[in-house]
Write a protein that binds this ligand. Structure first.
Ligand SMILES: *Cc1c(COP(=O)(O)O)cnc(C)c1O
Length: 380
């Protein structure tokens, strides 16, 4: 029995060629020609004034916290249902995370709860576009504007997805992307900072270059470079950029594959979902999603556990997702307690992600569906 993993990295074919060229060109450190090609491709396709590749989405979020001058005592509003980096980046600067619950439909932060969590210390709201389906950005941006708060979109799942025609990651003052192996487009480890508000461009370049104005020096805008501000090293090597460029060039092919995989699951589960008592992903009609994952919501933790082991016996790997951050050790240290985010707590226990990767075949997917048919036939 061949195994169907949950996730599997994908190469489009040109990665080696571009890496070889990069080595021949001695373009090994960050911000050489191949990095600029990635910046240009992303800036042009998303219509963003400035995009900088980073070593990870985590680091892009850390840059965002530095750019906003987040300091001890500040508060940031973040969903409890997310990856730790969304929160850690701000906690590293001394901020207190204020956890917000999610909407039961899209599993994105519930914008109706925002007002009640905003205090005079609130500096920013961090929407996470879960599964590459947009948060309710009109409402979020409206509230943020009224209270003079920054909006930073953690768009690790949603590159090239849209909300009412606008690309995710391009609506807040800053957006972040991940090119980790598990994301739609990858170079193993990598990320990007989308700088939508041009007032942050100059300082972002400095922070990313160890606090120096080396970027301006390379462009011939100053005759020497020196220490200008705090900063760190957030530039990926040209070799990683070369790998990424091959993937970004193939973006339509990759997204097309993922769309077909998502739609196959949806088509084959739609009619049985009610009978089986499972809930499928909700994608509002004004959202063009990124096809990052396919999840189902089961009625209980026990049933999820049973289905995971049923899959496992048939060589299929399925996985749950985020544990509520407000109930983690760190979250509790910040005052989080059970009942703070009831939808997050319930969803976290019941959500299951089905195998999803670019090279997943229809035959593999048929096996996943057949395993589910067997599971529910035995239970009815
Ligand atoms: C993957 C992920 C990150 C972290 O990305 P890295 O590139 O691994 O740092 C952050 N936020 C979310 C929502 C993610 O899924």
């Amino acid at each position: 029995m061949t195994q169907i993993p949950f996730s599997r990295p994908f190469t489009v074919g040109k990665e080696f060629q571009y890496i070889q060229q990069t080595i021949e060109n001695m373009d090994l450190s960050g911000d050489g020609a191949i990095t600029h090609k990635c910046h240009q491709l992303l800036e042009e396709s998303l219509g963003v004034p400035k995009i900088l590749l980073t070593t990870s989405c985590t680091h892009a979020l850390e840059m965002a916290a530095l750019l906003l001058n987040i300091k001890p005592g500040d508060e940031v509003i973040v969903p409890s249902f997310t990856f730790v980096s969304t929160v850690n980046a701000f906690v590293l600067r001394g901020a207190k995370p204020v956890f917000i619950d999610i909407r039961p439909d899209t599993l994105n932060l519930n914008e109706e709860k925002l007002e009640s969590l905003i205090t005079p210390r609130t500096q920013a709201i961090i929407p996470v576009h879960y599964a590459g389906v947009a948060c309710e950005m009109d409402a979020i941006l409206d509230i943020a504007k009224g209270d003079n708060l920054a909006v930073i979109e953690d768009n690790a799942h949603g590159l090239f997805a849209r909300y009412k025609g606008k690309y995710l990651g391009t609506m807040g003052c800053l957006g972040t992307q991940s090119f980790h192996e598990t994301k739609n487009f990858t170079c193993g480890e990598g990320g990007a900072l989308l700088i939508n508000d041009p007032q942050y461009i100059e300082r972002a370049e400095i922070i990313r270059e160890k606090g120096t104005n080396r970027s301006r020096f390379y462009r011939g805008q100053v005759d020497k470079y020196s220490w200008m501000d705090i900063g760190s090293s957030y530039l990926p090597s040209g070799i990683l950029a070369a790998f990424l460029y091959a993937q970004l060039e193939a973006r339509e092919q990759i997204q097309h594959k993922r769309q077909r995989i998502w739609e196959y699951y949806y088509r084959n589960l739609r009619d049985r979902a009610t009978q089986w008592g499972i809930r499928l992903p909700v994608v509002p009609e004004y959202c063009e999603q990124a096809y990052h994952m396919f999840y189902i919501l089961l009625p209980s933790y026990e049933e999820r556990k049973a289905l995971i082991s049923h899959f496992k016996e048939r060589g299929i790997s399925s996985v749950f997702h985020y544990l509520p951050l407000h109930l983690s050790k760190m979250g509790q240290d910040f005052g989080g307690k059970e009942g703070d985010c009831p939808v997050t707590e319930s969803v976290s226990d019941r959500l299951l992600r089905l195998p999803f990767y670019n090279s997943l075949t229809e035959a593999d997917q048929r096996r996943v569906i057949a395993a589910m048919e067997e599971f529910y036939a035995a239970r009815s």
